[in-house]
Write a protein that binds this ligand. Structure first.
Ligand code: S3P
Length: 166
């Protein structure tokens, strides 16, 4: 199947963008992130879209952005952490090489801290992380053709681990 060489999924803050860029460099291909596509098209930040329009509006944009990128991009593609919530998106991912970058809750809290720029974590990061992971883990696993644990690993080490899954 044509489309991205690899699609990275996983929770926010797991390192999809950093690892995605490193991977694209190693593979000699381009890098794209559906969050960036949405920000460019809307001319405002993800947080502003959430606050101004609400999450369902953002999810509709995200669904379109993912479908477009899967159809017309052939490099390393990162999806926003919640893209896999959509059943049609999960179906579209079937047949693609999809790598789930995972981390445990404590690593997630350490990495993202109290970063209020991430709208889903503004109130109680640890509890919200636990709930997010519980709700989404099986969805990441459902779409993934490989899983790479990132806990305690540098972006370079994660990139190597992804390439070993090829
Ligand atoms: C979200 C993850 C974010 C962004 C939005 C919602 C989520 O993307 O799409 O804030 O629902 O997990 P990153 O995973 O790139 O941070």
């Amino acid at each position: 199947m044509s489309g991205p060489l690899v699609v990275l999924v996983g929770p926010m803050g797991v390192g999809k963008s950093t690892v995605g860029r490193l991977l694209a460099g190693r593979l000699g291909t381009g890098y794209r992130d559906t969050d960036d596509d949405i920000v460019a098209a809307e001319g405002r930040s993800i947080s502003d879209i959430f606050v101004d329009e609400g999450e369902p509006y953002f999810r509709a944009l995200e669904k379109e952005a993912v479908a477009r990128a899967l159809a017309d991009f052939d490099g390393v593609l990162s999806l926003g952490g919640g893209a896999i919530l959509d059943a049609d998106t999960r179906r579209l991912l079937a047949g693609h090489r999809v790598v789930y970058l995972s981390m445990d809750v404590e690593e997630a809290v350490r990495r993202t801290g109290l970063n209020v720029a991430r709208p889903l974590l503004a109130v109680n990061p640890r509890r919200q992380w636990r709930e997010l992971m519980e709700a989404r883990r099986h969805l990441y696993e459902e779409v993934a053709t490989a899983q790479v644990a990132t806990d305690g690993r540098s972006p370079e080490e994660v990139t190597e681990a992804v390439l070993e899954q090829w």
